[in-house]
Ligand binder design. Structure first.
Ligand code: PMP
Length: 344
């Protein structure tokens, strides 16, 4: 259980980080979030966040799409996260959840003329899909949201209704995870993870225009495949039936990490067991993310001072104020917001 949260510009006990039931984002799904992992490295007695700055860069992109003013730079967001993890003192694999949202209280669907809020909390977290031996997947009858309806490129809270419908449908049918198709029937991604296929030695993944979230693990896999296995990834449209004839299929994402898909719609994928390329990528990924490969250490940010002690507090991240007069960039304290809550 988390003990602290960064909320409304300061670190507070978790039970003080509360919003009203009238909050815009709760009523209309107008928030954006991130999911970041931190790995405990027992040998080094160190907690490493993985690709921290990349997640906050994407967070900024999501905010831009949803017109949310975020008064912190990526660097400041990284500092806040490290500070939060140190306060929690986690010595286990953990998960960090930043969320920026339309915080005004009241009725009215829109993105403009609303107050923006921001929070981060972190929890201890293990596996997301508990299927080390491989997941059984099914194609969902729900389709992926389209970029021109609700852009999947942004990690928007409201869009996760689409993910939830897909996931629950297939889980209730007895499968572990959903594969979601685009409106025109191409493979898009899993309910909350990107997807890769191996066909005849080629590594293939849907291109960014297939209504995917442009996953950080996805780009990490592409990088590792190139650098370690000299394998380029082909980004292209993938037909549904290619899923049935692929030699290997795997999901990847911060939450699920890398999970082999061993069955799709009642058909075994390849041999029906985790494939050799998936296995190699998976092993590399875990070694890299846990901070065990020096070559990739700059992808990992240590939380504690070397030697396992707690280093002094990082510089306080002073909020970079959104430009004056910019209606979407206002951040007010909870107290001032409650006092003068605009009808919105
Ligand atoms: N697609 C969706 C819909 C997701 O929610 C996630 C998890 N954030 C991913 C893909 C994987 O993205 P990442 O590797 O950045 O976690």
């Amino acid at each position: 259980m988390a003990r602290f949260a960064f909320f409304d510009g300061r670190m507070v006990p978790i039970n003080e980080a509360k919003v009203s039931i009238m909050t815009h984002a709760l009523n209309y799904g107008t928030g954006v979030f991130e999911g970041i992992r931190a790995y405990w490295n027992k040998e080094r007695q160190q907690l490493f966040t993985f690709k921290l700055a990349e997640h906050f860069d994407r967070f900024h992109q999501s905010c831009r799409i949803l017109k949310i003013g975020l008064p912190y730079t990526t660097r400041q967001l990284c500092d806040i996260t490290i500070d939060l993890l140190r306060r929690e003192g986690y010595r286990e694999d953990s998960y960090i959840r930043p969320i920026a949202y339309k915080a005004s209280e009241g009725i009215g669907v829109r993105l403009h003329d609303l107050i923006d809020g921001f929070a981060i909390f972190a929890v201890v977290f293990g596996k997301y899909i508990d299927k080390e031996e491989g997941a059984r997947a099914a194609v969902s009858s729900w389709r992926r949201v389209d970029d021109n309806a609700a852009p999947a490129r942004a990690k928007i809270t409201g869009i996760y209704v689409n993910s939830a419908l897909c996931k629950t449908e297939v889980v209730e049918r007895g499968f572990d995870e959903a594969i979601v198709l685009t409106q025109d029937g191409h493979v898009s991604e899993g309910s909350a993870e990107n997807i890769f296929l191996v066909r005849n030695g080629h590594l293939i993944t849907p291109s960014p225009t297939e209504n995917i979230l442009e996953g950080i693990t996805r780009s990490t896999i592409m990088d590792i495949a190139k650098k370690e296995l000299r394998l380029d990834t082909i980004e292209r449209a993938i037909d549904r039936s290619e899923l049935y004839v692929a030699n290997e299929v795997f999901f990847c994402g911060t939450g699920c990490q890398i999970v082999a898909v061993v069955e799709i719609d009642g058909r075994a994928v390849g041999t029906g067991k985790i494939g050799p390329l998936t296995e190699r990528l998976r092993n590399l990924y875990f070694r890299i993310a846990r901070g065990d490969m020096r070559k990739y250490r700059d992808w990992c940010t240590p939380v504690y001072a070397p030697g396992g002690g707690r280093s002094p507090k990082p510089r306080a991240a002073a909020p970079k104020r959104a430009k004056a007069g910019k209606k979407t960039g206002k951040i007010k304290s909870v107290r001032s917001r409650r006092a003068g809550s605009r009808r919105s």
